[in-house]
Ligand binder design. Structure first.
Ligand SMILES: [Zn+2]
Length: 378
């Protein structure tokens, strides 16, 4: 992992980075921007590996030199990370720093090829706490960059989610971004660059990550490691919205999709038939599943409701459903129409929001089912 060749798509971005590195014209502060799941962090890691590699070959790091060996474990002394953390410090005035979470962070990166912010929060056991890059972090970075690089080459700082920086931290880092030490490269990686203060953005060179073309995602899904058949791959690629992360997540949902479909069918039948007693026991069954399962089920339900609505509009060529889903849809889709589609989608996303906020799942799902009963009558 963490080579350019592992990034899905983004050839143009990568060849520009390689060309800059080969010519020695790497900007000292880059801002990788684009939506989640487009490969920004993976490209940042591969670029760091490339810059630090002793013998890069064919436009990628060699994978064998002493530097690459350290990169394999993410313990290269010239690679530094800044990322949001949860403050676990009991004493006021002393905040948790990235170094305190470095073991967890390395483990996380080494076990997740592509990941989103929510997955990191989960790895942090964040519950409902907010993660942040605290003011004190700027001192730590400044200190690290004062040390000379271990092999006389580049020093690379990957700053993940600069939009989570405390304003004071951002202001303190401004000077570093403006007059960096020689051969120091900052890579800021952001899903929400509009939330970063302008003075930071204006000191960086933007590198835009476009959504990954769906052909690219489909090809990758049919290749080594995934081996989906063409039909499955194309369906998944369409659902992924240009995000490889979303393709991976949807695939995980796919593994549970038979179970999800069964529960979805029960839920709709019982709600339509106003079978309150049975709905109560279904609520009980759902609430005993984990929060992750519940979130995935709701994502799945969102998709199925949307597909059924499109099916109802008599545009079956625009839907992406498995044969089992299609069979159910032929009977169910008349009940999803322009009068209730917005309401159902809205209630599903409210339900998802409340589950994410740790509200009691029994209450959340019961509330949703009662609304569903009304909506299906419309
Ligand atoms: Zn190497």
């Amino acid at each position: 992992m963490m080579f350019f060749r592992d990034v899905v798509g983004q050839e143009e971005v990568i060849s520009k980075l390689v060309a800059d590195a080969d010519k020695g014209t790497v900007p000292h502060a880059l801002l990788f921007r684009g939506r989640e799941g487009t490969g920004k962090m993976q490209t940042a890691l591969a670029f760091a590996r490339y810059l630090l590699c002793n013998h890069p070959e064919n436009g990628d790091a060699c994978g064998r030199c002493p530097s690459c060996v350290k990169m394999n474990k993410l313990i290269h002394p010239d690679l530094h990370f800044v990322f949001p953390v949860i403050n676990r410090s009991k004493t006021s005035g002393k905040k948790t720093l990235c170094d305190d979470e470095m073991g967890r962070w390395r483990e996380f990166l080494l076990t997740h090829d592509y990941f989103g912010y929510d997955e990191w929060l989960e790895a942090l056991d964040a519950d409902n706490k907010q993660a942040m890059i605290y003011t004190e972090e700027s001192e730590a970075v400044i200190h690290k960059l004062q040390l000379t690089s271990s092999q006389g080459g580049y020093k690379v700082v990957i700053l993940w989610k600069p939009e989570k920086m405390h304003i004071t931290c951002a202001n303190k880092l401004l000077k570093l971004l403006e007059e960096p030490a020689p051969q120091t490269v900052f890579i800021l990686v952001s899903d929400n660059p509009e939330q970063i203060i302008d003075t930071i953005v204006s000191r960086t060179q933007s590198v835009v990550f476009l959504p990954v073309p769906y052909e690219e995602i489909s090809r990758k899904l049919q290749g080594k490691g995934y081996m989906l058949d063409a039909r499955q791959a194309i369906e998944l690629a369409h659902l992924s919205d240009g995000s490889w992360l979303k393709a991976l997540q949807t695939m995980r949902i796919d593994e549970n999709s038979q179970e999800f479909l069964n529960i979805f069918i029960q839920m709709m039948r019982l709600a339509y038939g106003r079978k309150l007693k049975e709905l109560f026991s279904l609520v009980k069954e759902i609430s005993e599943k984990g929060r992750e399962w519940q979130k995935n089920f709701l994502t799945y339900s969102q998709r199925l409701v949307r597909e059924n609505f499109i099916n109802n509009l008599n545009c079956p060529e625009l839907t992406y459903m498995t044969p089992e889903e299609r069979a159910f849809s032929s009977k169910f889709s008349p009940f999803v129409n322009e009068r209730n589609i917005e309401g159902i989608s809205f209630e599903l996303s409210e339900c998802q929001k409340h589950i994410e906020q740790n509200v009691n799942p029994k209450m959340v799902f019961m509330d949703f089912f009662l609304k569903l009963i009304m909506l299906l009558k419309q």
